[in-house]
Design a protein around this ligand. Sequence first.
Ligand code: IPM
Ligand code: MG
Length: 336
Amino acid sequence: MSLRIAVVKGDGIGPEVIPEAQKILEHFLTDADFFEVELGLAKWEKTGSACSPDDIRELKGADAIIFGAVTTPPDPDYRSVLLQIRHELDLYANLRPIRSLRPNPDGSFVDMMIVRENTEGLYSGIEEIGTERSTTLRVVTKAGSRRIAEKACSLVLKRNRNHQLVIGYKGNVLKSDLLFRDTCSEVASSFGIQTKAVFIDALCLDVLQHPNNYDVIVTTNMFGDILSDVCGYLTGGLGMLPSANIGEKYAFFEPVHGSAPDIAGKGIANPVAAVRSAAMMLEYFGMKQQACLVEESIADLINSGVCTPDLGGCESTSSFGSRLIAVVCKKEERKI
Ligand code: IPM
Ligand code: MG
């Protein structure tokens, strides 16, 4: 049976970057069936629903989903599509690799993995909105902490680098984080992995100052959201960062960036984050070599100055994508 891949372009720059990611997927997954699912603000404006139960059913019918970005208005009655999908597909692990493609001044490369818990914490959706007082319930469960810690530990072993798991938390203020920290430590010791628990505010600074000290960092939902944007500083900005949202049954790949309405429609959005998300999908399907080839090809282009304006170049979204496919093909010929 051929793979079924759902393609969600979404809003803003989503429809610009996703075709470039799809080109890469079509190149390697020649037998796959691609089908589009329309979701997001534009759909909400047209139909009154940003993501219907039928849409969720369609997504669940896919072997994997590639997703661009959706715009979420700060309206108390509008439910974030992304959060709805993460919740309904139980995509509990948000894997955010922070890998630089350009060398640092000392010749080193940043290479770490943020493992963000993706279904609980401040994203519980349990809120009471009032005019005098509004609250959001921050939920940390033992089971939720355990499964994300297990995912993080398996990545520590797979990556085989410093064999240490860093736990980003804020247990001095948020006592719920002590359950998170202690559960992560318990799981890590059962894997034979050392842990270091660091307060998230100090961690945000230290990863910028000493990125090479880090390998895998596990943290709660909102802290992982913030930390991954912070780490964009190490890699050339948010246009560079991919992610994988993984559950027991479903897998969903998306750039870390949002819909960027300020640059939408101009053809200048950097498609690298979306393309690298596609490469993460290839790796998920066991095509590690092909994923590496995509990463190497992106690095070659960027290091020779072929890039979009956010990185100082003058390529458009689609011209970068076309040049990327050409480099991928050339590398493949050389390897045959
Ligand atoms: C992300 C985004 C989302 C989040 C928003 C768009 C709901 O910022 O994927 O990092 O907060 O998780
Ligand atoms: Mg974010």
